[in-house]
Design a protein around this ligand. Structure first.
Ligand code: ADP
Ligand code: AMP
Ligand code: ZN
Length: 218
């Protein structure tokens, strides 16, 4: 195939470390991170029509409707920075999205690999409840595991760190429920295609990154 691209689908429960790892992979591979959650939060902050539509779903921890999400990803993949492929973070999130993604990427060789970052539930909860995100650039920290140099301030751009509304306990519970019901079937989906690679997500951020790099470029 002449125009083969590298599409990496990061899988894992909310809080597993997909966003953290996607940003590092972006730096080391030059492939852009596409985080549907970040795109929705950007639209929410800027009060766009898309943001208004997504808000009620995100507040509950439910998935935004497929039609809207798939169209948004299709548009994003057409941006010039995606000509070599992309690191998908938080998409696809159910089987409808996964088959739509296969169709979109088929002309470029389809999904290259689907690493699954595996973390126990207890650790996931600790990671989500301690997560702090930058209001301006979306960088992700953890109050204990990955603190910023100055408390409450982003190392990258000095932005204010905040706790996402959907990182509070009630919503987290529903997000985990939605994950097991709708997203976990993707593990079997990519396994059957020979694309699944399991990574121990309990390791340090650096060790997980090394394991992922070996999978993506190795
Ligand atoms: P996801 O994108 O899968 O929801 P994040 O990348 O936002 O997960 O990570 C969730 C939280 O866990 C963040 O606070 C992040 O700093 C922290 N974290 C990520 N990877 C690790 C790791 N390997 N060890 C400890 N904490 C981690
Ligand atoms: P995340 O940042 O990946 O934790 O996503 C935050 C929220 O954005 C989710 O709880 C959903 O409401 C919404 N969202 C993100 N990605 C998707 C997706 N692929 N499909 C539907 N909703 C999504
Ligand atoms: Zn920042």
């Amino acid at each position: 195939m002449s125009d083969r691209r590298i599409y990496v689908v990061l899988l894992g429960v909310p809080g597993a470390g997909k966003g953290t790892q996607a940003k590092l992979l972006e730096q080391s591979t030059g492939l852009p991170q596409i985080s549907t959650g970040d795109i929705f939060r950007y639209n929410l902050k800027n009060q766009t029509e898309l943001g208004k539509l997504a808000k009620s779903y995100m507040d509950r921890g439910d998935l935004v409707p497929d039609e809207v999400t798939i169209r948004m990803v299709q548009d994003r993949l057409q941006q010039p920075d995606c000509v070599r492929g992309a690191i998908m973070d938080g998409f696809p999130r159910n089987l409808v999205q996964a088959t739509a993604f296969d169709t979109m990427t088929a002309p470029y060789g389809g999904v290259r690999v689907a690493p699954l970052i595996q973390v126990e539930d207890d650790e996931t909860i600790r990671r989500i409840t301690g997560r702090r995100s930058c209001r301006t650039c979306g960088a992700v920290y953890h109050v204990i595991y990955n603190p910023p140099k100055v408390e409450g301030i982003c190392d990258v751009d000095g932005g204010e760190l905040y706790q996402r509304d959907d990182d509070k306990e009630d919503t987290v519970r529903n997000r985990l429920f939605v994950y097991y019901k709708q997203t976990a079937p993707l593990i079997g989906y990519y396994y059957a295609k020979g694309l699944l690679r399991e990574v121990d997500g309990a390791m340090s951020i650096e060790a997980v990154q090394q394991a992922l790099l070996a999978i993506v470029v190795g």
